[in-house]
Design a protein around this ligand. Structure first.
Ligand SMILES: [Zn+2]
Length: 268
């Protein structure tokens, strides 16, 4: 393969590849800044099919099924800025610290990713430089600019999770994921529970942490923003009507939360 030469390995995205960062409502007036690390599942042309089948790529290991449709709708309903990443998490996971094993996985759940095995440092660096960095630099720049303009900014990181993992069924419909924020996740959990028809995960199906996450610790916690992660079960948002229902529900809840947050907190 051409990737054996240093010059070729220096570049990942080329002609015919689209930029990694996708944005909706960049001028949105909502305090909520929405992010979607696992929004898309496209592959750079240079990586072929990563050595896996289309059916594997379209499973949850390739992206967060259904979240794109929820995120787009929420951005429009709330008039909120959404920043999303279009390439598959199997190319580089935008919610992992670069360098950890799951950043560029050679195995995801039980599926081997042959094209990720034994890659050079230079290819690793290219994936970071051309996909991970532009996405996170954009989020960082948007937060900088909002804070400079003294615009209230609350980070909401949107994800979806597989109904079964390693053979175990997951009962939750939705979960709030957090680590250090003691304000927003608590409010969100209260609202979700008072819906009455939901099995709500409190840091389930997993908790946010510095080692297993990137967006919340780096853009939420380190910047001192109110923040939460949200995980929606994928079978509930697999089609457009599910995405619409969940976006409506969450937009209604976040509109209520905005009213409840003290102005002092919103202005952080
Ligand atoms: Zn995700």
């Amino acid at each position: 393969m051409a990737f054996n030469t240093a010059e070729a390995a220096d570049q990942l995205l080329g002609e015919g590849d689209i930029p990694p960062v996708h944005e909706v409502n960049a001028e949105g007036t909502s305090p909520f800044l929405l992010t979607s690390d696992h929004y898309g599942r496209i592959l750079p042309r240079a990586l072929g099919d990563l050595g896996i089948s289309e059916s594997e790529l379209s499973r949850h290991i390739g992206w967060d099924i259904g979240i794109a449709g929820v995120a787009e709708r929420m951005a429009n309903m709330l008039n909120a800025h959404l920043i999303a990443q279009r390439y598959s998490r199997l190319v580089i996971d935008c919610n992992r610290p670069p360098g950890v094993a799951s950043s560029i996985p050679v195995m995801s759940e039980t599926t081997a990713i042959p094209r990720n095995e034994g890659i050079s440092e230079s290819e690793r660096a290219a994936r970071r430089r051309e996909i991970f960095d532009p996405y996170h630099h954009r989020i960082g720049a948007v937060i900088d600019s909002r804070l400079r303009d003294e615009r209230p900014t609350v980070l909401v990181s949107l994800h979806s999770f597989t109904p079964h993992y390693a053979g175990v069924a997951r009962p939750w419909h939705i979960g709030a994921l957090y680590n250090r924020d003691t304000v927003l996740p608590k409010l969100l959990l209260q609202h979700l529970r008072s819906e009455g028809d939901l099995v709500v995960g409190d840091n389930e199906p997993y908790a946010a942490s510095d080692l297993t996450d990137y967006t919340i610790p780096v853009h939420g916690e380190a910047r001192g923003l109110l923040n939460t992660g949200i995980e929606i079960r994928q079978d509930l948002i697999a089609d457009q009507s599910g995405q619409q229902r969940w976006a409506e529900r969450l937009a209604r809840i976040f509109a209520a939360i905005e009213m409840e947050l003290k102005p002092g907190l919103l202005a952080r």
